[in-house]
Write a protein that binds this ligand. Structure first.
Ligand code: PLP
Length: 456
């Protein structure tokens, strides 16, 4: 690499998200220059299978020509218009219509933003506004889960339940509380069944609502399956029990479908897989296969009614982004949803996802370093442990999972490490069974290399 190599220019000028800056200066970036299907290529021409679709998002892979065409066409027709104060445009209308039609439960309206974080911020401001409109402004506390991931803006980072997003930022903000994460493998009591574990978590939630005062608790935010917090699939009856508590105290359910939406879990929505009936649903990422930034918030009639009544009583809902429903992003999302229909994305993900779940278990579940293999459909995780019997993780300071991520690059695999040394699997939804086999095989070899290194 010469004085002006891209790696050096990166280190000189780019401030990277979620990065240890000092380590980055020493190691430099992996620079991706192209992609095809589920694979990406670095600047040296090396190819990698993208096991997490970038950031759980490039559902149609890395070279879908129809999305390119949809963007170019819309750029020529109308590159920008907005949706404030009664203005509208056709991509916005078509996308809202398509989302409402595809919603897992009856929904009334769709609002647009540019990221998952903004969608969740928006959902929170809808809940607050709604309760103001209903004349109960004190009902504004929100409960989410430890390990949940909802974004990084001040409010969405507060909803997120990970220490890295809280501790150095004086978060969460007041009124955002966290209840336990439904991970049976780590948090069940000795001998406790999944069923009993779910019952206990629902009781814990109820106790929290009662202690706070039910008239002060407005909403519960949850991903159907926690993603960034470790791919935590809750017990089968968890959401049924949680929702019984929420209904009892008139607490809204907000489903964060930013990762689970659009076939990821083997149904069109994660809410369907986990039996959730949300009042509000947020989505992003695969909404446009991430070719352009766009997110959406769907609300049911009850929420919309309260919000539309609100304006006359308490003033306009003062919220919206310049790029809410950006026409080019919306046109790409519309084309994305059409492609999902044509390929029957949920059926495809269920079928290939079953292969992924099975092959991951066959290849690595009995591996001495593997504590748990979990997931459903095309989302999964392999958790590495120091003590298999005790379910005990390695000392985080040893950075075992990040080390595996490094080794995997040599096997042509881009991996993502999550908390508790868990490795995520969330490949583009277009992945084939043969590509799943190849991905799992490469992962198995990387894991064998890691064990060999640890024995040395
Ligand atoms: N919600 C979930 C479930 C996510 O996984 C993410 C991002 O990974 C977000 C929200 C935040 O989305 P964004 O990074 O687009 O702000």
């Amino acid at each position: 690499a010469g004085a002006n190599s891209a790696a050096e220019r990166d280190v000189a000028h780019v401030l990277h998200p979620y990065t240890d800056h000092k380590a980055h200066r020493a190691k430099g970036p992996l620079i991706i220059t192209g992609g095809k299907g589920v694979r990406v290529t670095d600047q040296n021409g090396r190819e990698y299978i993208e096991t997490v679709a970038g950031l759980w998002c490039a559902a149609l892979g890395f070279n879908n020509e129809r999305l390119v065409q949809a963007a170019a066409d819309q750029m020529r027709k109308l590159p920008f218009y907005h949706a404030f104060t009664g203005r509208s445009h056709l991509p916005l209308i078509e996308l809202a219509e398509m989302l409402v039609e595809r919603a897992p439960v009856p929904m009334s309206k769709a609002f647009f933003a540019n990221s998952g974080s903004e969608a969740n911020d928006t959902a929170l401001k809808m809940v607050w506004y709604m309760n103001n409109a209903l004349g109960r402004p004190q009902k504004k506390k929100v409960i989410s889960r430890i390990g949940g991931y909802h974004g990084v803006t001040i409010a969405s980072a507060s909803l997120t339940g990970l220490p890295v997003n809280h501790k150095l930022f004086d978060l969460p903000i007041a009124g955002i509380l966290h209840t336990s994460r439904p991970h049976h493998y780590h948090h069940a009591l000795p001998g406790e069944s999944e069923e009993d574990f779910a019952t206990r978590l629902a009781s814990e939630l109820e106790a929290m609502i009662v202690a706070e005062g039910p008239d002060t608790v407005a909403a519960f935010f949850a991903e159907p399956i926690m993603g960034a917090g470790g791919v935590i699939v809750p017990p089968a009856t968890y959401f049924e029990k949680i929702q019984a508590v929420l209904r009892k105290y008139d607490v809204l359910l907000v489903a964060d479908e930013v990762i689970c939406g659009f076939g990821r879990t083997g149904n069109y929505w994660g809410s369907q897989t986990m039996g959730m009936q949300p009042d509000i649903l947020t989505c992003a990422k695969a909404l446009s296969s991430s070719y352009l930034p766009i997110s959406a918030v769907l609300v049911n009639e009850r929420v919309y009614e309260a919000m539309s009544e609100g304006a006359s009583q308490i003033g306009t809902w003062g919220h919206g982004y310049t790029y809410s429903g950006h026409p080019v992003a919306a046109a790409v999302a519309v084309e994305t949803l059409k492609i999902y229909d044509e390929m029957d994305i949920a059926a495809h993900a269920a079928e290939v996802g079953a292969v992924m779940q099975k092959r991951l278990r066959e290849r690595v579940a009995s591996h001495p370093l593997v504590g748990e293999v979990r997931g459903v459909g095309l989302i999964g995780a392999v958790e590495l442990v120091e003590d298999k019997a005790e379910h005990r993780n390695f000392d985080p300071a040893r950075k075992i999972a990040p080390r595996l991520v490094g080794i995997a690059e040599n096997h042509g695999l881009i991996l993502r490490a999550l908390p508790n040394d868990s490795i995520a699997f969330s490949p583009p939804q277009i992945i084939t069974a043969a590509e799943v086999e190849e991905m799992v095989e490469r992962f198995g070899h990387a894991l064998d290399d890691l064990s060999a290194q640890l024995k040395r």
